[in-house]
Ligand binder design. Structure first.
Ligand SMILES: Nc1ncnc2c1ncn2[C@@H]1O[C@H](COP(=O)(O)OP(=O)(O)O)[C@@H](O)[C@H]1O
Ligand SMILES: [Mg+2]
Length: 599
C-alpha cells in the first residue's frame, strides 16, 4: 500500500481546496479521461436540438418534403443519444472509483496520524469527534471529487457549449439569454453565507451526538448498574432535538434555494418563448431556431442548477475537510528525537537497568503529582511499588513507557535518557500489563500474537505453556481457535491475565511492568497468575505494582509511594522491621497474609 508509512500528512495548506487537490494528483490521468468523456457527452447534448432544428426548418416546413433525409436524421439522433448515454455511464463510474481511492488514502493518513498522537490528545479530545472525522467526514470529502468536481467540469462545459451554440444560432437572442447570469449570481450571493452557517451547525451537532453515543456505549455497564438509563436518555434527547431541528432547517433552506432557481429557469423559458415568438412572427428567425433556443435555455438551467446544488456539496466537504485538516495539523506532543539512540537488532542487547533521576511530573502545572522521585533498579531485578490509591504509581509507569514526558529530572534505561530513544523502540523494551486486558475480535491465537504474522502457533503454545495459560485453553472446545470479542468473550479476569502474560513472553521486553494486574483475581487464579508471573519475570527487569502486598514478598526491593513521593524503600522484611508506612499498610490488610504468614 503506498504512502502508508508517511507519518507526516500532506494536507495542511492554507486553502482547503488546494489541500484536497493535492490528493487528486496521483489520479490526474483518470481525471483527464473523465474530462474527455464529459466533452463527448456534452457535444451529444448540444447537437441534439440542432438536429431537430435542421429537421424542422429544412425538411418539415418546406413543401414537397421528402422522407428519407428525415429518417436519416432520426437514426443519427438515436446514435448520438446512445453515445451520450455510454459516455455518461462510464464517466460516472470512473470518477466514483477515483473518489473512493482518494478517500481511502485520506482515511489512512488520518488514522495513522491519530495513532501517532500522544496520550494527552485523547484525554482532551472526545472519541466521538474522531469517529466522525474518520468515518463520515471523509465520506463527505469524497463527494468533493465524485460530485462537486464532476459537476464543475460537466456543467461548466455544458454552459460554455450551450452559450456558444446560442450565440452561433442567433447572437441577439443569445445575448438576451445571457441576461439571466447576473440574476443567478445574485441569488447565490444571497444564499451562500447563510447555507454555510447552516451546514456548519448541522455537522457540529451531529458530531456531538455521535460523541455522546460512543461514550455511552463504552460505559453501558456502569449506566445500567447505576440505573442511569432514563437520565442518559434525557441527556441524549437534549442533543438529539437540536440536531433534528438543524436538519429540518437545512432542508428548508435547501428547498428554498433550489426552488428559487427553478422559478428563475421557468421565467427564462417563458421570456424566450415570448421574445422568440415575436421574432418568428416578424420572420426574423425560423421556427426551428426558436425550438432549439427553448431547448438550449432549458439545457442552460440544468447545469446551473446542478452547479449551485453542488455548491452545497462543496460547502459541506470543505467543512469536513477543514475538520480533518485540523486533526492532521495536530502534531504529537511527544516527538521522536532527531538523532535517536541507535538500537539496531545487531547492537549489543540492553540489560534493563532503570534509573529515575529526580523525576517530577504534573498533568497540569498547578497540580504536581510526582515529586523528586529517584530510583535505581539493577538489570533483572524484581521490584515492587506500593502505595495507596492515588499515590501516583500508575503515573510513574506512564512516564517510564513515555506516554508523558517528565516535567523535571530524567528517566534512563541502561544510562540512555528515554527521550533519546524512538518511541517504537521504547515500546519494544518496556511492556506494561494492566488490570484490564484489551482483547480484539479474533481467535485466542490472534490475540496472543497480536496479529503479527511472523509468530508461529508453536511459539504461541510454548508461551502459553510457560505462563500456564495452556491449561484452560486446551479445555476450550476450539482451543487456540476460540473466537474472542473485545467485550463479550467468556473468559475470566484471570484467564485474560494469563493471555496477557503469554503476549508478553512473545514480545520479550527487557523491562516488564505489571500495574495491579492481579488486583481482581480470586485466590486460585492469583496463584496460577503468580506462577505465570515468576516465569515471565525471568531474564528481565520486572516492576510490579500490587494492591495485594503479599505479591511483593519476594521482591528484591520495594519502593513505597505516598502523595507522589518515595517515603521508604527496602525488602519486605526490612520494611516490616522498619515499622513505618509500609508496615502500617501491611497491618491494615493483615488478614490477607494470615494463611501463609507462619508457613
Ligand atoms: N490523565 C490524568 N490527568 C490528570 N490527572 C491524573 C491523570 N491520571 C491520574 N491523575 C491523577 O494523578 C494522581 C495519581 O494517580 P495514579 O498515578 O493513577 O495513582 P495510583 O496508580 O497510585 O492509584 C491522582 O490524583 C489522579 O487523580
Ligand atoms: Mg493505578
Amino acid at each position: 500500500m503506498p504512502n502508508q508509512d508517511s507519518k507526516s500528512p500532506r494536507v495542511p495548506t492554507h486553502s482547503p481546496i488546494k489541500g484536497l487537490l493535492v490528493y487528486a494528483i496521483p489520479y490526474t490521468r483518470l481525471f483527464a479521461g473523465v474530462i474527455a468523456l464529459v466533452i463527448l457527452y456534452n457535444l451529444t447534448q448540444v447537437i441534439q436540438p440542432y438536429l431537430v432544428k435542421i429537421a424542422i426548418d429544412r425538411y418539415l416546413l418546406v413543401k414537397n418534403s421528402i422522407l428519407s433525409p428525415l429518417i436519416q436524421i432520426g437514426f443519427l439522433y438515436l446514435a448520438i443519444t446512445l453515445v451520450g448515454l455510454l459516455a455518461n455511464l462510464y464517466q460516472t463510474r470512473v470518477i466514483a472509483s477515483a473518489g473512493q481511492q482518494i478517500v481511502w488514502q485520506i482515511r489512512i493518513d488520518l488514522f495513522s496520524h491519530i495513532e501517532s498522537l500522544s496520550m494527552d490528545y485523547f484525554e482532551t479530545h472526545d472519541t466521538g469527534r474522531l469517529i466522525t472525522n474518520v468515518a463520515s467526514d471523509t465520506t463527505r470529502i469524497s463527494q468533493f471529487f465524485t460530485q462537486f468536481l464532476l459537476s464543475v467540469i460537466r456543467d461548466g462545459l455544458t454552459i460554455i457549449l450551450v452559450m456558444g451554440a446560442m450565440l452561433l444560432l442567433n447572437w441577439r437572442l443569445g445575448l438576451l439569454s445571457a441576461l439571466v447570469i447576473p440574476l443567478i449570481v445574485l441569488i447565490s450571493a444571497i444564499f451562500r453565507p447563510r447555507l454555510h452557517k447552516i451546514y456548519n451547525t448541522t455537522r457540529s451537532r451531529q458530531s456531538r451526538l455521535i460523541g455522546f453515543i460512543a461514550e455511552n456505549l463504552s460505559g453501558m455497564r456502569i449506566i445500567q448498574i447505576f440505573h442511569q438509563e432514563k437520565k442518559q436518555l434525557d441527556a441524549f434527547n437534549q442533543l438529539n432535538v437540536p440536531y433534528q431541528n438543524a436538519n429540518v432547517n437545512e432542508f428548508r433552506w435547501d428547498v428554498l434555494f433550489n426552488r428559487s432557481f427553478d422559478l428563475l429557469g421557468n421565467l427564462a423559458v417563458a421570456f424566450m418563448a415570448w421574445a422568440g415568438g415575436l421574432a418568428v412572427f416578424h420572420h426574423s428567425i425560423k421556427i426551428g431556431v426558436l425550438y432549439a433556443f427553448i431547448s438550449y435555455i432549458q439545457q442552460f438551467f440544468e447545469p446551473i442548477n446542478s452547479l449551485t446544488q453542488n455548491w452545497n456539496t462543496l460547502q459541506s466537504s470543505m467543512i469536513s475537510f477543514e475538520r480533518v485538516s485540523s486533526v492532521l495539523a495536530t502534531s504529537p506532543t511527544l516527538k521522536d528525537p532527531d538523532l535517536p539512540y541507535p538500537l539496531e537488532p545487531s547492537s549489543a542487547p540492553l540489560l534493563g537497568q532503570v534509573d529515575f533521576d529526580h523525576v517530577s511530573f504534573a498533568y497540569k502545572p498547578e497540580a504536581p503529582i510526582l515529586q523528586d522521585i529517584s530510583m535505581h533498579i539493577a538489570p533483572g531485578q524484581f521490584i515492587g511499588i506500593a502505595g495507596e490509591t492515588g499515590a501516583g504509581k500508575s503515573t510513574l509507569i506512564s512516564l517510564l513507557a513515555r506516554f508523558y514526558d517528565v516535567s523535571d529530572g530524567a528517566i534512563r534505561i541502561d544510562g540512555i535518557d528515554i527521550r533519546q530513544i524512538r518511541q517504537d523502540d521504547l515500546h519494544k523494551i518496556v511492556a506494561v500489563v494492566q488490570q484490564d486486558v484489551n482483547l480484539y475480535s479474533g481467535t485466542i491465537a490472534d490475540n496472543i500474537r497480536l496479529f503479527r504474522d511472523d509468530i508461529s502457533l508453536e511459539q504461541i503454545e510454548e508461551a502459553c505453556r510457560i505462563t500456564g495459560a495452556d491449561v484452560f485453553i486446551r479445555r476450550l472446545r476450539q482451543g487456540y481457535d476460540t473466537w474472542l470479542t473485545p467485550h463479550g468473550s467468556n473468559l475470566s479476569t484471570g484467564q485474560r491475565q494469563l493471555l496477557a502474560f503469554a503476549r508478553t513472553i512473545l514480545l520479550d521486553p527487557k523491562i516488564l511492568v505489571l500495574d495491579e494486574a492481579t488486583a481482581n483475581l480470586d485466590a486460585v487464579s492469583e496463584m496460577a497468575v503468580q506462577k505465570g508471573l515468576m516465569e515471565v519475570a525471568k531474564n528481565r527487569t520486572t516492576i510490579v505494582i500490587a494492591h495485594r502486598l503479599s505479591t511483593l514478598r519476594y521482591a528484591d526491593r520495594i519502593f513505597v509511594l505516598d502523595h507522589g513521593r518515595i517515603v521508604e524503600s527496602g525488602t519486605h522484611d526490612e520494611l516490616l522491621a522498619h515499622n513505618g508506612y509500609y508496615a502500617h499498610m501491611i497491618h491494615k490488610s493483615a488478614w490477607m497474609l494470615e494463611p501463609t504468614g507462619s508457613a
